[in-house]
Ligand binder design. Structure first.
Ligand code: APR
Ligand code: ZN
Length: 371
């Protein structure tokens, strides 16, 4: 069924310049071909939003921030056939084109045809304009820090109605990335030892994934005692303060190195130290995203001699349409305690404060509720 409606006005968090963020009313066009309108009920504040605000990554400006969200379909454009008004959806920031060779090979996370990474809808356009009629780009093709979003049907994954929106929001990015890093990218075997460095939304999701597949031991590293306490409650078998302990020596002394090391900060010096944390044959998984243009130095002899690997991981090597419903069902079955990831729930206009908390490493994942 196709429904069409007039444009709506919706407050949005906009990144115009490095001077900061603003909340402004924007106009949101009706959904075009293959697009839907979604009423955002919850949207997570992710470090990738902070990377943009920090200027770590180049981005089109002005940009409507936000890329981790869940909501309800309120409107469908022409040629939308897989979703209907009233469906509950999780938004995935990696809307695949469905036509490139990587999509054909089932590797949607490596899609070369997506426009999401260019911060536009699939046809190169945006549905958002400011009060003067100037276009505003949707971050990662979504721009979820607003009440009413227009997204391609391919970016919206239907989920059971009983899934809480706050949990659904986290399934859009951090959980899919973290659990996917374990089960898809690294395919960690039962009983493997693993260290997780950085226990934010992504790192804690990695720990949950490791517990789910039966890794042991699971060592969590962070600078914050609160984050480490949460890591222990979600499955870490031991915790280390990165600023108080030499993590590499500790892992070598106590475990002879670990089978898997996951980096969930995006910090070059941590990445450089990962190969030496590994046992022979071990694997380092790069999940955190560094600033663009960063360079890291490794010891290639150690890598070759000890048969160690380094794996890059984007979006947990996940196919949103397959993996998000599976993760939602694991949560609903009580197998993934995703409520444990949720921190402060705040109104949308507190986005800047939530990003500041994230910058300072304060608290768990903030969720914004647009109104
Ligand atoms: N040693 C250990 N832990 C650290 C260090 C350090 N030197 N520096 C920061 N941390 C911890 C922080 O305390 C925080 O708990 O790393 C964690 C990072 O978590 P978040 O800021 O919440 O980031 P998150 O959203 O989880 O994303 C992590 O993955 O997808 C990428 O772009 C994302 O690069 C980012 C990374
Ligand atoms: Zn994210």
């Amino acid at each position: 069924m196709t429904t069409t409606s007039a444009p709506v006005t919706s407050d949005a968090v906009i990144f115009r310049s490095n001077a900061g963020l603003g909340v402004e009313p924007i106009h949101v066009a009706p959904p075009g071909r293959g697009q839907i309108r979604v009423d955002v009920r919850a949207t997570g504040v992710c470090h990738s939003d902070l990377h943009i605000v920090n200027g770590d990554w180049p981005a089109n400006k002005p940009l409507v921030l936000g890329h981790e969200a869940a909501g309800v379909v309120t409107d469908t454009g022409p040629e939308v056939d897989g979703l209907a008004v009233g469906d509950h959806v999780v938004l995935s920031w990696f809307a695949p084109c469905g036509r490139c060779l990587n999509c054909a090979a089932g590797r949607a996370w490596l899609c070369t045809g997506t426009k999401a990474l260019e911060n536009t809808l699939p046809d190169g356009s945006t549905a958002y304009t400011d009060a003067e009629g100037h276009g505003l780009w949707p971050y990662l093709g979504l721009g979820t820090f607003t009440k009413s979003v227009i997204v391609p049907e391919t970016a919206a994954i239907a989920v059971p109605q009983e899934l809480p929106f706050e949990v659904g929001a986290l399934l859009g990015c951090s959980v899919t990335t973290g659990v996917g890093a374990v089960v898809n990218t690294a395919r960690v075997p039962l009983g493997s030892s693993a260290v997780v460095i950085g226990c934010g939304g992504v790192g804690l999701s990695i720990i949950m994934g490791l517990k789910l597949i039966g890794a042991n031991p699971i060592i969590a590293v962070d600078l914050s005692a609160d984050k480490l306490a949460k890591a222990a409650s979600l499955g870490a078998t031991s915790t280390l303060r990165g600023d108080q302990v030499d993590v590499t020596s500790y892992l070598q002394e106590h475990f002879g190195g670990v089978d898997f090391a996951f980096e969930a900060i995006g910090r070059v010096s941590t990445i450089e130290s990962m190969p030496s944390m590994l046992a022979a044959g071990g694997t380092a998984v790069l999940v955190g995203m560094t600033a663009a243009g960063s360079r890291a130095s490794i010891d290639p002899f150690d890598l070759a001699d000890q048969g160690k690997s380094i794996l890059g991981c984007n979006y947990g090597s996940s196919v949103a349409k397959i993996d998000i419903p599976k993760l939602a069902n694991l949560y609903l079955a009580g197998r993934l305690p995703l409520d444990g990831l949720i921190g402060r729930i705040r109104p949308l206009d507190e986005a800047a404060a939530a990003l500041e908390d994230l910058r300072q490493g304060k608290g768990l994942r903030s969720i914004l509720i647009p109104s």
